[in-house]
Ligand binder design. Structure first.
Ligand code: NDP
Length: 481
C-alpha cells in the first residue's frame, strides 16, 4: 500500500490545490512506497497566509509557552522514535541503526535545546552614566521559510524550525521532495502536541516550484536554507530582490589532515566514519584525506583493509555499514566522478563498483566504499563535491603543503586534524579556511557553538544564539532620564 503524504497548512493535513502527487521512492529497493503533494505557489501562499495570521499571537506569547510546545514535540518524537527512524531509513536508504541512534535522537535534542534557549535568550543593554540607557529589542522577524535537504531530513529540518519557533517566528517549511516522510510525521506530532494552527506549516513538493515560491513570497521575511551551493546561489538571487534575511548552509569538500604523530588507532576508526557515514552523504564528511608522507604506507594499508570489510546492503540489517545512496541519478553522478578521476590519472585502491544485493534490495542504489590515490589536488574529484562514499588519498611533505592543498578548493565547511602537537594544531586551526575545525575528533557538536561555512560553503551561521539572532530583528531603543 502506498502511503499518502499531505501538506500541513493552518493546522490541517491537506493535499495540494492541484491534487497532483509525486512518487516517493525507497532508494534501498527502488520502489515507490508513498506519494507526496506536488505543491505550487498557491499552496505556499495559503501556508504563508496561515503563518502570518498565527504570528501575532505566537510572537507575543511568553517564552515559557513556546518552550513548552517545543518540549512536548520533542517528547512525542522520542516516544515514536522507531516510527521516525523507520520513516527516515525508508526515505533515505541509510542504515536503520544510524537513524535510530543518531539522526532522530539528534532531532529530539534540537527541539529540547532551542526550547531551553527560548527561556534564556537575552538582549544587550548599555548604560551611559546619567545620560542615556540603550537596549536592543530583539523581535521575531515574522514568517520564516525553512528549506532542508534529503541527507539528514528531520535533523536538519528541526535545526531550522526549532530556533525559528523558539524565537517567536511562525514557519513555512519545505522539506526535500526526496525525503518527505519524517516531516509528515512531524506534522502529525505537532497536531498531537496541540501546536496552535498556522504556527508551523509544511509544504511538500519540488524545490524549483514550491521552494522557489517560498523564497519569492513577499510575506516571508527570512529564508534559512541548507542544500547544494548551486541551489544556494539561485536562492540568494531570488531573495535579494526582497532584501530578505538569508542563511545559507551549503556544500563542502572537507579535508582530513593526518600527521605522523597522531593517535593512529583512534584516527583510523574515526577516519573510517568521517569518510563513509551515511554513504558519505553528510556535508561534514571528509572526502580528501591528506596524510603525512612518512605515515602514508602504513595508513594506506590499514585504511584499505578496514574499508574492504565494510558491509554494503539492506539498511534494515544490523550488520550493514553502508546503505543505499539517495537516488539513481545520484548514484550515476558518483560513478561518473570515479571514472573521471581514473581518466585524470587516479588509481582505484578499493571499491569503484555498483553493489547488487540479493533479495528485497536487488533494485536499490548501492555503491562500494571507494578509495583512490594519485589524483592531482586540482582535478574534479578533489575540487567538486561528490557527496558519496568516495575518498581520495593525498600524501604531503610539509605542514605548508598540507595547508595549501586543504585550502585550495572553492569550499570551506569543515576540516579535521590529527596530531598530538598542540602548537601545530592551533596554528593550522587558525590558518585553515573553514567554518568548523575538529582536532583529534569528528562530528563532536555542541549546539551552543556557531555552525556554518566560509567561501562557497555558505553565508551566516546557525546554532546557539546565532540562530536566535538570525530569526530576530534588533531594534535599538534609547531612553534619556
Ligand atoms: P539541493 O540544493 O538540491 O536541495 C535542498 C533543498 O532545496 C531541497 O528541499 C530542494 O527541493 C530545495 N530546492 C531546490 N531548488 C530550489 C530553489 N530554486 N528554490 C528553493 N528551494 C529549492 O540539495 P540536496 O537536497 O541535494 O542536498 C545535498 C546538498 O546539501 C549537498 O551539497 C550538501 O553538502 C548540502 N548540505 C549542507 C549542509 C551544511 O550544513 N552546510 C548540511 C547538509 C547538506 P527538492 O529536493 O525538491 O529539489
Amino acid at each position: 500500500m502506498r502511503h499518502k503524504i499531505l501538506n500541513y497548512i493552518n493546522g490541517k493535513l491537506i493535499p495540494s490545490g492541484n491534487n497532483h502527487f509525486l512518487d516517493n521512492i525507497n532508494p534501498a529497493t527502488g520502489t515507490v512506497y508513498s506519494r507526496l503533494p506536488d505543491s505550487e505557489a498557491a499552496d505556499v501562499a495559503d501556508a504563508v497566509a496561515a503563518a502570518e495570521k498565527a504570528f501575532a499571537e505566537w510572537s507575543t506569547c511568553r517564552a515559557e509557552v513556546r518552550a513548552r510546545y517545543l518540549n512536548r514535540i520533542a517528547d512525542l518524537i522520542a516516544q515514536r522514535l522507531d516510527d521516525f527512524a523507520r520513516a527516515e531509513t525508508t526515505d533515505t536508504g541509510k542504515p536503520l541503526q544510524l537513524s535510530r541512534t543518531v539522526d532522530i535522537p539528534r532531532a529530539v535534542r534540537n527541539f529540547r535545546f532551542f526550547a531551553a534557549g527560548a527561556l534564556h535568550f537575552a538582549s544587550e543593554s548599555h548604560w551611559n552614566a546619567g545620560t542615556s540607557f540603550h537596549f536592543t529589542l530583539r523581535q521575531p522577524v515574522g514568517v520564516a521559510g525553512c528549506i532542508s535537504p534529503w541527507n539528514l531530513p528531520l535533523y536538519l529540518l528541526s535545526w531550522k524550525i526549532a530556533p525559528a519557533l523558539a524565537a517567536g517566528c511562525t514557519v513555512v517549511a519545505k522539506p526535500s521532495e526526496l525525503t518527505p516522510m519524517t516531516a509528515f510525521l512531524l506534522a502529525k506530532v505537532c497536531m498531537q502536541a496541540g501546536l496552535p494552527k498556522g504556527v508551523l506549516n509544511i509544504v511538500h513538493g519540488y524545490g524549483n516550484k514550491a521552494g522557489h515560491a517560498l523564497c519569492a513570497h513577499p510575506g516571508v521575511k527570512a529564508i534559512s536554507f541548507t542544500g547544494g551551493t548551486h541551489t544556494g546561489k539561485a536562492i540568494a538571487q531570488t531573495t535579494a530582490a526582497h532584501f530578505k534575511k538569508l542563511s545559507l548552509e551549503l556544500g563542502g569538500k572537507n579535508p582530513t589532515i593526518i600527521f605522523a604523530d597522531c593517535d593512529f588507532d583512534k584516527m583510523l576508526d574515526t577516519t573510517l566514519r568521517s569518510s563513509f557515514s551515511n554513504q558519505g552523504q553528510i556535508c561534514l564528511c571528509g572526502s580528501r584525506i591528506l596524510i603525512e608522507e612518512s605515515l602514508y604506507p602504513e595508513f594506506r594499508k590499514a585504511f584499505i583493509e578496514r574499508v574492504k570489510k565494510l558491509k554494503v546492503g539492506d539498511p534494515l540489517s544490523k550488520s550493514t555499514d553502508l546503505g543505499a545512496v539517495i537516488s539513481t541519478t545520484h548514484l550515476e553522478k558518483i560513478m561518473r566522478y570515479i571514472t573521471l578521476a581514473q581518466h585524470d590519472g587516479g588509481t582505484l585502491l578499493t571499491g569503484g563498483r555498483l553493489v547488487k544485493p540479493k533479495g528485497r534490495c536487488r533494485n536499490g542504489y548501492f555503491a562500494e566504499p571507494t578509495v583512490m590515490e594519485g589524483v592531482d589536488p586540482h582535478c574534479a574529484i578533489n575540487q567538486e563535491e561528490v557527496f558519496g562514499p568516495v575518498v581520495t588519498l593525498l600524501p604531503f611533505k610539509t605542514e605548508e603543503e598540507a595547508l595549501a592543498v586543504a585550502n585550495g578548493t572553492p569550499y570551506g565547511l569543515a576540516a579535521t586534524l590529527w596530531t598530538r602537537n598542540l602548537s601545530r594544531a592551533l596554528r593550522i586551526a587558525e590558518q585553515i579556511q573553514s567554518g568548523i575545525v575538529w582536532i583529534n575528533c569528528w562530528m563532536e557538536r555542541d549546539l551552543r557553538t556557531p555552525f556554518g561555512g566560509v567561501k562557497q560553503s555558505g553565508v551566516g551561521r546557525e546554532g546557539g544564539w546565532e540562530a536566535f539572532r538570525f530569526f530576530t530583528e534588533p531594534k535599538n531603543v534609547c531612553i534619556q532620564p
